[in-house]
Design a protein around this ligand. Structure first.
Ligand code: NAD
Length: 283
């Protein structure tokens, strides 16, 4: 048996076409996305460019606010407050990582974004909604993964799902999404004992660690579904995931996401879906 590839690029394209069609028929103002970018980080710039490209392609107005690395917390908060009441803006993204040594307690800044414009879905209000199984704006990566599984008609209820990584951005929201879908969920992290035992019991394995080749074929359960969230850059700037993809893993898993072309495009399209939802809420 050869594992089926979960083609995030193809599914994200399908979703994009549907969104474009819908927007084309609406004779109202265009949606607007504002990105706040602090300092300079090569990877952040790649992500911002991707967001800009998809916004322009769909017809979402894109506004970039670049602030200096040594900007003050008050400056960022005042910009967020302006954007919160700006009727041309439906979504606000505070691009991470924020690499300023002058800014302590970054999460407080995120909380300044109005929950109805929090298109990354990470505000405590939106996380709380997901916790209560009534989400509105959902964290993009986990929302994208759920949609990818749905498109391939993978039945989640009752699956033994194991997540490696417990970050606020990926691991924890993923656990809430899977719980909402009826999976039995285990979250593991750097202090987890006997990780291999957990991994080998997973029907559905989500890997979000940020270490290339972290998971190899001998760890996984036969016929399991493997979702690789990791984005790692090799020395020659090639992108690889956290899972070592070779003939052994392809012969053992039932489904697997490629990197690139798996989770990444689904994350970006989930952001667009959030912007569209936010736009409808603000019309
Ligand atoms: P993070 O650094 O915040 O979290 C990493 C997690 O891995 C932590 O919970 C940590 O405890 C865990 N971990 C580290 N070493 C471990 C070990 N030896 N055993 C078990 N757990 C271990 O990272 P993040 O923001 O959650 O991102 C994870 C990866 O996913 C990164 O490569 C990131 O670039 C990528 N990512 C991809 C997308 C996408 O759209 N594809 C989106 C977000 C993040």
């Amino acid at each position: 048996m050869i594992a089926n590839l979960l083609n995030g690029k193809k599914i994200a394209n399908k979703i994009k076409k549907k969104i474009k069609k819908k927007l084309f028929f609406k004779n109202r103002r265009s949606p607007g996305l504002a990105i706040i970018y602090i300092g300079n980080n090569k990877n952040s710039e790649i992500y911002i460019r991707k967001k800009k490209e998809i916004c322009e392609e769909i017809g979402i107005n894109f506004f970039l606010f670049s602030l200096k690395k040594n900007c003050k917390k008050l400056e960022i908060i005042s910009l967020i407050k302006d954007l919160n009441i700006n009727s041309k803006i439906d979504g606000i993204v505070l691009q991470t990582p924020i690499e300023s040594k002058y800014i302590k307690n970054v999460s407080k800044i995120f909380e300044e974004i109005h929950p109805s414009k929090d298109v990354d879905g990470l505000h405590p209000y939106n996380i709380g909604r997901l916790f209560q199984k009534s989400p509105i704006l959902r964290p993009c990566t986990s929302y994208g993964i759920i949609q990818l599984l749905e498109h391939y008609k993978i039945k989640i209820p009752g699956l033994n799902a194991v997540i490696i990584g417990s970050s606020n951005i990926v691991g924890k929201p993923m656990a809430l999404e899977l719980l909402m879908q009826g999976a039995t969920v285990t979250i593991t992290h750097s202090l987890t004992k006997n990780l291999k035992k957990h991994v080998s019991s997973a029907d559905l394995l989500i890997v979000a660690v940020g270490k290339p080749n972290f998971i190899t074929s001998n760890w996984i359960k036969k016929y399991s579904i493997i979702i690789d969230v990791g984005i790692n850059y090799t020395k020659n700037q090639k992108i690889v995931g956290d899972v070592k993809i070779d003939k052994f893993i392809l012969n053992k898993a039932s489904y697997i996401t490629p990197v690139p072309g798996g989770v990444g495009p689904m994350t970006v399209i989930a952001l667009v879906q959030n912007i569209m939802l936010s736009y409808q809420m603000h019309l």
